[in-house]
Design a protein around this ligand. Structure first.
Ligand code: 3PG
Ligand code: MG
Length: 373
């Protein structure tokens, strides 16, 4: 694999950056509530690259998508709130309008790429969270102008590829969230490198069902039961532990909060791992050398079902292990509990971090190596 040019390489290639116009693809797909940014993590995370460039007198133009507008302007997805926040953090830095207001972005249309790079001397990809998308602004510019990875992208790749290559053992992956079908590829890839896999979130019910354990009316994926059974079998053959909850909290058939053992009665529903499981999972995290966490342990937005996720988040903070948290819901949970500064690395990408762990590469990285066409 050829290596990816760094900012220093770009500076050398352009004979200095003074007065050069540099297009920086950032991931400013931030959560919004009625037009207000509820978490500016992704904006702050882009500052090291932007400041490195502006310190060298480059003129920086940033560009991002926001949400999933349908290829035409939609005021609900205007970049204006981001532009305002960026103006406070990095005055004088330009930000283009939402890239997905043009259908050419997701279609990777060459004409749209041509417009993006028009008048631009160099391109920097710092949008780790979007680098699993083969979209125009991610894979197009490196085919036309000297290009590099930004500091954020570089750090993400180092940390996540490091997990695949040389994790300190034992290496424990903690997975949660609703669906195993979304994460099947990564679960299979992780099984090759981890020592144990800890499973919470609604996806645990599909695994419990595969073991023939009654799950009441809990959310699960009937189509995935056989696959989960095979994963359990493979893990057993390879001597890897897959840990499932042995107590669950949820609601009984009258909708009243209840704690169950591993078997959930008919009509009842599980929404979080139980206290015994949370303690057992935490012990595994405390004894680990490396931990990767993706996906909440339960429906943490509801206070009654936040305990499992909070306990695991606290263990992530307390352990001496090298701790990496995938973006998305687990990062949001950490932030909600005020623990986001207590882990070693919080990824800015949800889907991107899983895809990089699974495949060891992303379209955006291939493009920077000159290998995407
Ligand atoms: C994200 O938030 O996951 C990234 O910005 C990618 O967004 P997308 O899933 O809409 O492509
Ligand atoms: Mg720690």
């Amino acid at each position: 694999m050829t290596s990816i040019p760094t900012l220093e390489d770009l500076e050398a290639r352009l004979d200095g950056l003074d007065g050069k116009r540099i297009l920086v693809r950032t991931d400013y797909n931030v959560p919004l509530d009625e037009g207000r940014i509820t978490d500016d993590f992704r904006i702050r995370a882009s500052l090291p690259t932007i400041e490195w460039l502006t310190d060298r007198n480059a003129s920086v133009v940033t560009a991002s998508h926001l949400g999933r507008p349908k290829g035409k302007p939609d005021p609900a997805y205007s970049m204006e709130p981001v532009r305002e926040r960026l103006g406070e953090l990095a005055p004088g830095v330009e930000l283009l309008e939402n890239l997905r207001f043009d259908p050419g972005e997701t279609a990777n249309d060459p004409a749209f790429v041509a417009r993006l790079v028009d008048g631009v001397d160099g391109y920097v990809n710092d949008a780790f969270g979007a680098s699993h998308r083969a979209h125009a602004s991610i894979v197009g510019p490196p085919q036309h102008v000297p290009s590099a990875m930004g500091r954020l992208l570089q750090k993400e790749v180092e940390v996540l590829m490091g997990l695949r290559a040389k994790p300190r053992r034992p290496f424990v992956a903690v997975l949660g969230g609703a669906k195993i079908s979304d994460k099947l590829g990564v679960v299979e890839a992780l099984l090759d490198v981890v020592d144990s896999l800890v499973i919470g979130g609604a996806m645990c019910f599909t695994f419990l069902a595969a073991r023939g354990i009654p799950i009441g009316d809990s959310l699960f994926e009937p189509d995935m039961v056989d696959t989960c059974g095979r994963l359990l079998e493979t893990a057993r053959e390879e001597g890897k532990a897959i840990l499932l909850p042995d107590d669950i909290t949820g609601v009984d058939s009258n909708g009243v909060f209840a704690t169950f053992g591993q078997r959930i009665p008919d009509g009842a529903k599980g929404f979080d791992i139980g206290p015994g499981t949370a303690a057992a999972f935490s012990d595994v995290v405390m004894d680990a050398g490396t931990v990767f966490w993706n996906g909440p342990m339960g429906m943490f937005e509801d206070d009654r079902f936040a305990a499992g996720t909070r306990t695991l988040a606290q263990a992530m903070a307390d352990t001496k292990a090298f701790t990496v948290v995938g973006g998305g819901d687990s990062a949001a949970a950490l932030a909600q509990f005020g623990l986001d500064d207590e882990v070693d690395h919080v990824s800015t990408g949800g889907g991107a971090s899983l895809e990089l762990l699974e495949n060891g590469d992303l379209p955006g990285l291939a493009a920077l190596r000159g290998e995407f066409s």
